[in-house]
Every structure is written in structure tokens, then in C-alpha cells.
Write a protein that binds this ligand. Structure first.
Ligand code: ADP
Ligand code: MG
Length: 472
């Protein structure tokens, strides 16, 4: 084992959800036909003037809150000057000197140990065009030009690949739940650059920056591989250069892209076409009013109503079910039973039909009545399975459905007793097993009772009666 200490800092860009772009009225939506959401501002025509979309500032304020950052009340935008084909203005409008948020953190947990990953700043900026290379030509899609981004920069406080992955997972969850971004790395709405250095003492080593990493898992891999590469270089008395690398996910290694430009090359200056912004308390409060409950708040709330941590994580991983369940908390019901239904039969139905729960006819009242019927043993889980399509697809009440499907709970003692007597007669071996202490035999016999009656008897009643008969 080597005795180098790795240090990692991550720069993450997320596309902010909004109706229109950062400085123009073109739609900000993913997946439109190329170059159809474009106007003169996005194209960088000379003489056009940007207008700031205030909703993006609101989103930035929400991001500050969620990431525990101090909000910069007075800020401006800056021009970052550079030439590149995807940047026709020859500058990008960003926030260099007055980022909207500073000094925040995200709390992560790795192997049971909690740690705060520091965030040095978050700033708002516009995206560039998207380029695509086809043989000898390069094509540009201006739909992405001017799409609002937040860049979130950590301090060099991440110690290994696991922490980096935990940080990204948490960041994604937070921004997604806050409705700031959909954070899909595979669609490019979340992008991560990893800065990595190693050192044998507390002075940080020279870092490299690895770009173009396409998934959280690959960020972990890229970091691991880059640490190994740097160790090899230093062990062979080589020198680490400050450079930009990229991760090749087929080779599973980082490759040199270019030697790093230094910050001064960008000739940052204050963007003259956008006025200074001064954020008032009212504006900030107003932006924060619409912030929904965040995952850790949900976790606390759900564990109070008795959900297991597995149920909680499954719910939080499914935003639409989670939001539905949150509404259910206004009703009185057995939440654990309700969540079990949501995560089993209801989820299978939704997956099979490729629907979200709000597309169905499962009202809260209906769900509550199903939970109650299950609790009272009026219906069985098998009945729920049989009824699931109807429960989700029409407006009949559970009572009406039971009638239609002839699910009646037979509570007629003499009928149940008749069936039990028959089952006992036909299964002498199982009866003997039960009498010699094999509990499973009871389950089997009960199964036979349900089979004989096609599940139509009240299961609790039948099982009590069966046990009584057996113990006679
Ligand atoms: P630049 O402006 O050149 O991108 P920054 O100072 O903003 O540089 O740092 C960018 C990222 O690199 C941050 O996430 C920071 O934590 C990280 N970083 C800086 N120095 C190191 C280092 N020696 N090792 C690892 N990460 C570093
Ligand atoms: Mg940077």
C-alpha cells in the first residue's frame, strides 16, 4: 500500500429547471429537435441584449438554502472570455466574483460515518451550444446555448471515491427534491469534473481535472484510476502536471486532453449589459416559500409514522409515489400497510402499464378503505392482487368492487365448519404433523380451507376455527 493521501474536489454543473433560458425567452426544454429553441440572443448576434430571467435567481436562492450556503445579497454577472466554436459570443456570462452562494456544505454518510463536504461556492451561468462530431464535420445545437446552469464547487475536502459518490448521490437527491434540476447525468443535466491530487503530507499536491464523466459510478472509477496513475508517476520520480484529462469508460482510465489554461487567461470583467442585483428579504422569502420537504426531512417524518428504513428509501427513490404518500399522511390509516401496498401490487401495476400514480383512479379514500379492509381481514392480499386493475382504473368503491367480483367474506360459522371438517378428513398426515408440533402443517391446512372456498371466507375467523378443531 502506498502512503499517499488523496484529495478530491468536485465541480458539478446542473441544468436549472425553468420555462425559459437564462437571458432569453427561448424555451428551456430538453429533447426538442435541434436548433428549434433558439433566438438572436442565444445565437450571440451583435447588438442584442440579454434580459435576466428572475426565476433562475429564485432557483439559485433555493439551491443556497438546500446546500447550506450564505446568500450573496448584492451580486453581478461576469464575462469569461474565451474562443471556442460552441461559444459564438466569445464569452460566457457567469458569476466569478460574486457567486450567489458561498460557504455551504452537504452532509454525507459513508460506512456509518457522517462527514460534511464543504461547498466553497455556487454560481449561476449560461450553458454553451452542444457540439456533435460526425466524421470530418462538427455540428452545433443551439438549443443548449443559454440554458441556465448552477455550478457547485466543493472545497478540497473529499478523501476518496466512496465519499465522492456519496456526495454526488446526496447532491442529486437534494436538487431533485427541491425541484431545482432533474439531475440526469445520462442526459447531461448533471455533469461532474473531478479534481484529484495526492500528497504525503498536509500540503496539497498538484491536481489534475478529469472531465466528461458520465455517471456517478464512473466518477468513482475515474477518481480511483487517477489516484493510481498519479501514484505510479510519483513512484517513478515523475512529476504531476496541472492538466485537463478525460475519463474513457471503455478503457477505464483517464487520458490527457490538454494542459490547463490558467484563470487569468479568461480576462473576467463585470458583465456590462446586466445590472447589479440586490436581493431583498421579501424576494428571498418568496423564493423559499415554494421549497418542498427535502429527503432528510421526509426521512424523519416517515420514521415517526413507523416506516422501516428500507420502505423510506424505496419511497424517496420514487418521487411520484413519495409525493402521493405525503398526501396520504393527511388521512388516518395504517401507513405501514399502505406503503406495503404502494411498494408491491401498486408499483407492479404502475411499472407494467408505465404510469405514474396520479394517472390512476386510486383516490386516497379508496386506498384507505383497502387498507382498512385488509386490517379487518375482510379481504386478503390475494384479493388485492385480483382487484388491482379495477382499483386503479375505475371509480367504483371497494364495496362495489367486492360485489362485482363476488368477494364476500363468508362469516357463516356452520359453512366454515363444514369445510374445515372436510379438510381435516382429507389430510390426516398434515393433521398428525400439526399434532406432533409442526406449525407449518397449520398453514398448509389453512391453505386447503381457502382453496376449497376460493378465498371467500373471512380468513381470521376460519383460521381460529381450524385451530380450535385441531386442538380438540
Ligand atoms: P479553478 O478556478 O482553476 O477551477 P478552483 O480553485 O476553483 O480552481 O478549484 C476547482 C476545484 O478543484 C475545487 O473543487 C477545488 O476544491 C479543487 N481543488 C483545488 N485544489 C485542489 C487540489 N490540490 N487537489 C484536489 N482538488 C483541488
Ligand atoms: Mg473551475
Amino acid at each position: 500500500m502506498s502512503n499517499y493521501i488523496p484529495t478530491i474536489g468536485l465541480e458539478v454543473h446542473v441544468e436549472i429547471k425553468s420555462k425559459s433560458k437564462l437571458f432569453s425567452s427561448s424555451a428551456n426544454s430538453y429533447g426538442m429537435a435541434t436548433n428549434t429553441s433558439v433566438n438572436v440572443i442565444d445565437l450571440g448576434y451583435p447588438g442584442t441584449l440579454p434580459t435576466l430571467n428572475k426565476e433562475i435567481i429564485r432557483q439559485g436562492i433555493r439551491a443556497c438554502k438546500v446546500l447550506n450556503c450564505k446568500i450573496n445579497r448584492k451580486m453581478h454577472f461576469d464575462r469569461k472570455n474565451y474562443f471556442y466554436p460552441d461559444n459564438p459570443k466569445n464569452y460566457q456570462i457567469t458569476q466569478n466574483r460574486t457567486p450567489i452562494g458561498t460557504d455551504g456544505y452537504v452532509e454525507i454518510e459513508v460506512d456509518g460515518i457522517k462527514k460534511k463536504i464543504g461547498i466553497s461556492d455556487i454560481h449561476i451561468e449560461e450553458d454553451t451550444c452542444k457540439s456533435a462530431h460526425r466524421g470530418n464535420v462538427s455540428l452545433l445545437d443551439f438549443n443548449r446555448a443559454g440554458v441556465p446552469l448552477i455550478e457547485i464547487v466543493t472545497t478540497p475536502s473529499i478523501s476518496n471515491d466512496k465519499e465522492a459518490m456519496a456526495y454526488l448521490t446526496k447532491l442529486k437527491e437534494l436538487l431533485f427534491y427541491a425541484n431545482i434540476s432533474d439531475c440526469k447525468m445520462e442526459e447531461g443535466s448533471m455533469r461532474c469534473d473531478a479534481n484529484v491530487s495526492i500528497s504525503k503530507n498536509e500540503n496539497l499536491g498538484t491536481r489534475t481535472e478529469t472531465k466528461n464523466i458520465s455517471s456517478i459510478r464512473n466518477v468513482g472509477l475515474a477518481i480511483q484510476k487517477e489516484i493510481e496513475r498519479q501514484e505510479k508517476v510519483l513512484e517513478n520520480n515523475g512529476k504531476i502536471n496541472e492538466e485537463t484529462r478525460r475519463f474513457d469508460d471503455k478503457l477505464e482510465e483517464t487520458l490527457l486532453m490538454r494542459v490547463k489554461e490558467t484563470g487569468n487567461d479568461y480576462r473576467y470583467f463585470i458583465e456590462p449589459d446586466i445590472p447589479y442585483l440586490i436581493l431583498t428579504d421579501e424576494f428571498i422569502d418568496d423564493a423559499l416559500k415554494t421549497l418542498p420537504l427535502l429527503p432528510d426531512e421526509l426521512r424523519e417524518k416517515y420514521s415517526k409514522v413507523g416506516l422501516s428504513s428500507l420502505q423510506i428509501e424505496k419511497l424517496i427513490n420514487n418521487r411520484s409515489l413519495n409525493d402521493y404518500f405525503l398526501g396520504l399522511l393527511d388521512y388516518e390509516t395504517n401507513y405501514v400497510t399502505a406503503v406495503n401496498l404502494l411498494l408491491s401490487d401498486i408499483s407492479s401495476y404502475l411499472n407494467k402499464h408505465n404510469k405514474v400514480i396520479t394517472d390512476t383512479h386510486l383516490s386516497y379514500e379508496k386506498l384507505v378503505s383497502v387498507v382498512k379492509a385488509l386490517e379487518d381481514k375482510e379481504i386478503s392480499n390475494k384479493n388485492v392482487k385480483d382487484l388491482i386493475d379495477s382499483l386503479m382504473e375505475n371509480d367504483l368503491t371497494l364495496k362495489e368492487l367486492k360485489k362485482e367480483f363476488k368477494i364476500e367474506n363468508i362469516t357463516d360459522d356452520s359453512f366454515i365448519k363444514e369445510v374445515i371438517t372436510k379438510v381435516i378428513e382429507n389430510n390426516p398426515d398434515s393433521v398428525n404433523d400439526y399434532k406432533s408440533g409442526h406449525d407449518r402443517a397449520l398453514k398448509y391446512l389453512m391453505g386447503q380451507v381457502m382453496k376449497e372456498t376460493k378465498g371467500a371466507v373471512n380468513p381470521k375467523l376460519a383460521s381460529d376455527m381450524l385451530e380450535n378443531e385441531l386442538n380438540k
